[in-house]
Design a protein around this ligand. Structure first.
Ligand code: UDX
Length: 440
């Protein structure tokens, strides 16, 4: 039987907002708080801090139903709340280790406000052992209250976070007491009854499973990028190889696309953090460093392709198509396109970029990049075009128009999105990743 509970969410970001809105959608009474009070004010007026498909509607529904609210501080909200989800950022330190300061201060702030039993759940991706740390911080700050902890890692993909929250592929809950597990089953009762796989584990297993999952997806991508390098040397085609491999259900077709590699705020930092935590726990895991090395190498490969085609990069104008870290988002954190842009700028090239959503973010953070709002304005006058992020609209580029305005008809396809035969037909020099090049 479903029992509506009072839930709290700390952190109104890419994880906290879809999580809070989805929990309210399932019938719970949810408050969301953030140390950034301007963000809370904007959310109260229906203004989201970033784009995420369907999130504005889900949040509006929650606010209209009275089940979702945004609160500027914790005072008065913690007492009476059954469960608080911590969804604060865990950005990387320069060592690669996750910075857990926000996690610790959230725990301290919660403990200071708590008056009765409280279950605190970590949703952010955190290193093994963090939940136990959380519990001891809370105990230290407020010894009179019983704090339970659970680990309930998110598996949200940006651009798909609403659907991933409403229809998760699985729910993982790690806890160290049967009472905490009981409470979490009550939280997720509507999804459990709909048949969503619900996996219970101990705390450390749940924490480790999240890092193991993300690193494995990164491994698939880097593996295919290494195969792509071999294809480039031997003349084989990595796209065909991915098709063959993906047809085997044990391998599965997803995340086998070679190209400019992975970016975003999860994979790069999670692989590094997993490596650091692994060695902290006494296990050297060099495979993780290899995943990162291969992902970094891809940028060199594209720079070499550009040099091969253009000879000197100084004074050349290079157009980058797609600058977000993947299609469907305006997020440019650790975007391969921008890592490439900085490299090319340092080699003396002029960079002009176009992205359907991320243009303003690039303008704000990368002043050396000229950003155009129209794809053909970006292409005009370029000596070379590099397709960096596979937005669907790039498949339908007017190639005649592009070729007529480019200085040289050279396209480097960093995502293997375009059809080589079509590129041949239109007379381009076409340089894909791990596939035979096309020369006119
Ligand atoms: C990822 C995980 O998928 C999600 O489960 C986790 O909770 C957070 O991290 P996200 O960062 O939103 O989600 O991105 P995702 O869709 O997984 O893509 C990551 C990167 O890998 C992108 O830069 C994408 O372009 C790249 N990628 C993906 C490839 O280079 N090749 C592929 O085959 C697939």
């Amino acid at each position: 039987m479903f029992l509506a509970m009072r839930l709290g969410v700390l952190g109104a970001g890419h994880v906290g907002l879809p999580t809070g809105a989805a929990l309210a959608h399932s019938g719970h009474d949810v408050w969301v708080s953030d140390i950034d009070t301007d963000r809370i004010d904007s959310l109260r007026q229906g203004v989201l801090p970033f784009q995420e498909q369907g999130l504005d509607a889900l949040i509006q529904d929650g606010m209209d139903s009275g089940r979702l609210s945004f609160v500027p501080g914790l005072r008065d909200h913690v007492p009476g709340t059954d469960v608080v989800f911590i969804c604060v950022g865990t950005p990387p330190r320069s060592s690669g280790e996750a910075n857990l300061l926000a996690l610790e201060s959230s725990a301290a702030a919660l403990a200071e406000q708590a008056t009765g039993d409280l279950l605190v759940v970590e949703k952010s991706t955190v290193p093994l052992g963090s939940a136990e740390r959380l519990r001891s911080v809370m105990k230290r700050h407020n010894p009179s209250v019983t704090f339970r902890v659970a680990s309930n890692p998110e598996f949200l993909k940006e651009g798909n976070a609403v659907d991933d929250s409403l229809n998760p592929s699985r729910i993982l809950v790690g806890a160290d007491s049967e009472r905490a597990h009981e409470i979490m089953r009550d939280v997720y009762r509507p999804l459990i009854e709909r048949g969503v796989p619900y996996i219970e584990a101990d705390l450390r297993t749940a924490e480790l499973a999240k890092h193991a999952s993300n690193a494995f997806l990164s491994l698939k991508i880097s593996y295919m990028n290494a195969v792509a390098r071999l294809c480039e040397k031997s003349g084989a085609d990595v796209v065909k190889i991915a098709e063959v491999m993906g047809a085997d259900a044990r391998i599965a077709p997803q995340f086998l696309n070679a190209g400019l590699g992975y970016g975003g705020f999860c994979f790069p930092k999670d692989v590094a953090a997993f490596d650091r935590l692994s060695s902290r726990w006494g296990y050297d895991f060099p495979m993780l460093r290899e995943i990162t090395r291969i992902n970094d190498e891809v940028i060199d490969v594209v720079v070499q392709k550009a040099e091969g085609a253009l000879w000197n990069l100084e004074g050349k104008r290079i157009a980058l198509l797609g600058m977000s870290f993947k299609p469907g988002t305006d997020d440019i954190r650790y975007a391969p396109a921008l890592i490439l842009a900085e490299r090319l700028l340092n080699e003396g090239a002029a960079i002009v970029g176009y992205d359907p959503e991320a243009g303003d973010n690039v303008r704000a953070e990368h002043p050396r990049i000229e950003v155009e709002d129209d794809v053909y304005d970006a292409i005009a006058g370029a000596h070379c075009l590099v397709l960096c992020t596979e937005w669907p609209e790039f498949e339908y580029l007017d190639l005649d128009r592009a070729k007529a305005t480019m200085k040289y008809p050279i396209v480097i396809d960093g995502r293997n999105q375009l059809d080589p035969e079509r590129m041949r037909k239109y007379g381009f020099t076409y340089l894909p990743m791990g596939r035979p090049p096309v020369q006119p």
